[in-house]
Design a protein around this ligand. Structure first.
Ligand SMILES: [Zn+2]
Length: 435
């Protein structure tokens, strides 16, 4: 079987092709799960090698290696980071001599050298640097991003790109993420299946804590650390630039946080927690990354070749969660699309509000809501602008609304639109006054 597929590929001699013998076994014959319409053979192999695929983010090494070894030949990679010594324990494409160089470039070169015939095009920067034209060239996108903000951005961008007249404009998004021993792999068919924004309350990110909570009544040890980090340092050591790698600086923050925690009777502040909160460390475990990246790349392979059913299509399970922190548990389910999703839905979401709270308090509460997690919200009703963060002239003009009570600004049941430029997201809320 392998011989039959030996020609017709770039750089494909027989010895080259033998590398793909076992993969070809899947591509050259039917299996128990293949669709009756599906035709095995050359065309499928060609399709796989031509499918332009984009990988990005912290699971990058695993994703690149897996895609290259799965038969993808035109791979693009985006990553903004440079290599740090602390990456070397798990990001296996990097060596000590590479420290300081761009991850995307070093990884691309390494994989190209090891897997002949594969072309990897690196881009060193943020996914937000690129526009719709750029994303339009890919067959699909595999993301192992470590930031929620970047995930929400690419999700909103891909949903926005869908043009009903052009089936090619729908780019499957395969997303993987890990945190310690836990992780998830999911597939999104923008506008057709539940999107990342629909699922935002699924992962438990570190919710942004409003400044007023930090400044007045902390409730958790982390609040005390953030207080030391954001407020105390600014007040007492303004002239020194905080260096989160300097143990003296971390010790100072730790002692400040500990003292504040004791004042409020909050247990649990430790040195390592201080370090974790300040550096925003999400623990990365190499094996969890490998499991999740492998699941994502297998889905990419199945979507590109149609050899087997894959997550998310049509109308099936679209979300695999992996939980390894207490023994092992995996669960795959269908996350439903939300009709009031701010990215892929169009209905306003009812939201109970206290009519006597101020606009300022309401906007701050949006940072804490798990389905919103907004940073710089701008709010308006159908008729008027209530508060704009930008531009400065509009900010100044709308600022007097901040101390006003909600019932002075909106009527019971009125719809408001809330935007946050960081995520390209617009929330529609129907404000219902609590009685
Ligand atoms: Zn959605």
């Amino acid at each position: 079987m392998a011989e039959a597929a030996g020609s017709g590929l770039p750089n494909g001699g027989e010895s080259q092709r033998s590398r793909w013998k076992y993969l070809d076994n899947i591509l050259n014959r039917r299996g128990p799960f293949t669709d009756p319409e599906w035709q095995p053979g050359e065309a499928v192999i060609e399709g796989l090698s031509r499918a332009k695929i984009l990988g990005a983010g912290g699971l990058g090494c695993e994703i690149l290696k897996n895609l290259a070894l799965s038969g993808f030949k035109d791979i693009h990679v985006i990553d903004m980071d440079t290599i740090d010594v602390s990456n070397l324990n798990r990001q296996f494409l990097f060596r000590h001599a590479d420290v300081g160089k761009y991850k995307a470039e070093v990884a691309a070169k390494f994989v190209e050298k090891r897997v002949k015939g594969v072309k990897i095009t690196p881009y060193c920067g943020k996914i937000q640097d690129k526009d719709e034209d750029y994303y339009m060239q890919f067959a699909m996108i595999v993301c192992g991003l470590d930031s929620i903000e970047a995930r929400r951005w690419i999700n909103a961008t891909l949903v926005g790109m869908v043009d009903d007249e052009n089936p090619d404009s729908m780019k499957p998004l395969i997303d993987g993420g890990t945190e310690g021993f836990k992780g998830q792999a999911r597939v999104i068919f923008p506008t057709m299946t539940s999107c990342i924004e629909c699922q935002l309350d699924m992962h438990a990110p570190r919710a942004a804590v409003p400044l007023c909570t930090l400044a007045t009544i902390p409730r958790q040890p982390q609040h005390c650390i953030e207080w030391a980090h954001i407020i105390a340092w600014e007040e007492e050591r303004k002239e020194i630039t905080l260096d989160t790698d300097d143990p003296e600086h971390i010790t100072w923050l730790y002692q400040k946080a500990l003292k504040r925690a004791q004042e409020f009777n909050i247990p649990g502040v430790t040195y390592s927690m201080t370090q974790g909160v300040v550096k925003n460390i999400i623990p990365a475990i190499a094996s969890t990354n490998a499991i999740v990246a492998a699941s994502c790349c297998n889905e990419a392979y199945k979507i590109a070749t149609n050899t087997n059913p894959f997550l998310g299509f049509p109308e099936t399970d679209n979300y695999m969660m992996y939980t390894g922190d207490e023994s092992i548990y995996t669960y795959t389910f269908q996350h439903m699309k939300k009709p009031d999703c701010p990215v892929c839905g169009n209905l306003a979401r009812p939201l109970q509000v206290n009519p006597n709270s101020t606009l300022h308090e309401f906007l701050e509460s949006l940072a804490e809501r798990p389905e919103a997690q907004l940073k710089k919200p701008t709010i308006r009703t159908e008729e008027k602008s209530l508060y704009y963060q930008f531009p400065p002239s509009l900010e100044e003009q709308t600022r007097p609304n901040l101390p006003k009570k909600l019932n002075e600004l909106v009527s019971d049941g009125e719809e408001v639109a809330i935007d946050d430029p960081a995520f390209q997201v617009q929330f529609k809320y129907k404000l219902v006054f609590q009685k």
